[in-house]
Ligand binder design. Sequence first.
Ligand code: MEV
Length: 330
Amino acid sequence: MVTVRAPGKVILFGEHAVVYGEPALAMAINKYVYVTARPRDDGKVTINASDLKLAGLYVTFLENGDLVARTDYGAVISALSYVRRAVELAMEYVGKRVGVDLTIRSEMPVGAGLGTSAAVAVATIASYVHALGYEISKRDLARLAWQVERDVQGAASPTDTAMATYGGVMFIRSVGGEAFMEPVKVDVDVPIIVGYVPRVSTTKELVSMVRSRLESMREVIEPIIKAIGMVSTMGRRALEEGDLKTMGQLMNINHGLLVALGVSTKQLDDMVYAARAAGALGAKLSGAGGGGIMIALSDRVEVEKAIEIVGGSAFRASLNTKGVEVVSED
Ligand code: MEV
């Protein structure tokens, strides 16, 4: 039996602008998806994901036998499809179809923008391969997990699966449909508080809304996108220098620019302003927007409380540097 954990991630700077070739900065956090794999000798695959958190809603289900979902919860089915594809690819990787009992647990809400589906894919493949006594390089793991995301979603950037695999902070740029990721050296602790509310729009809707604004008001929107790219570059420098104060200011600017693009919501703005008023060095929405998550640069309980007072759920997190790892084995 092997238990593997893979971290979630937040986008520190650059969401949406990254779609237009500007850089973004992503950070793996110390909140994890855990997958335990126990091989079984009858060839069956069972999935127990009784602890998957769905953006505030807790769902219990147990899947026995073949990988068939017997539940009405769309988000659970979606999480299951990542597990199913990950198991298939892991079986192909080891060249055997050995049955397995999988137990999946997430410390993060699913579907909020924290990269949980990528972490599920990475941890499922790694636990299966290790439980059967094989090794897999991080490079192969990131490649297979990215394939899981593409097969399930149709299209996916390799960012989330790379963050769940390698951890740390990455400077990301996408040129001609290809993503380039550069690890950023960070010597300071980066305390953040994540606030979240249910999503009201999908990433796809928001990305296409920004595109139509860009097309109809290019003179106004293009400079905003370029400014976000510059914020990412300066944010990277501030982080490398351990200058959290400047980083916080840049987060505030980044949030303002995302508001200008139209991807924030009142609930996200309320959490951002509440966090700043409670003493955070900076705060911004993180990810696609339209609800989902915001991040505050702070380790203060007051900030966590302030986010909750305005209606969000909140938890503390910090930098994860290791990426995916085996946490127990017997
Ligand atoms: C979503 O997490 C980040 C976006 O920039 C979309 C993307 O980069 O694919 C909004």
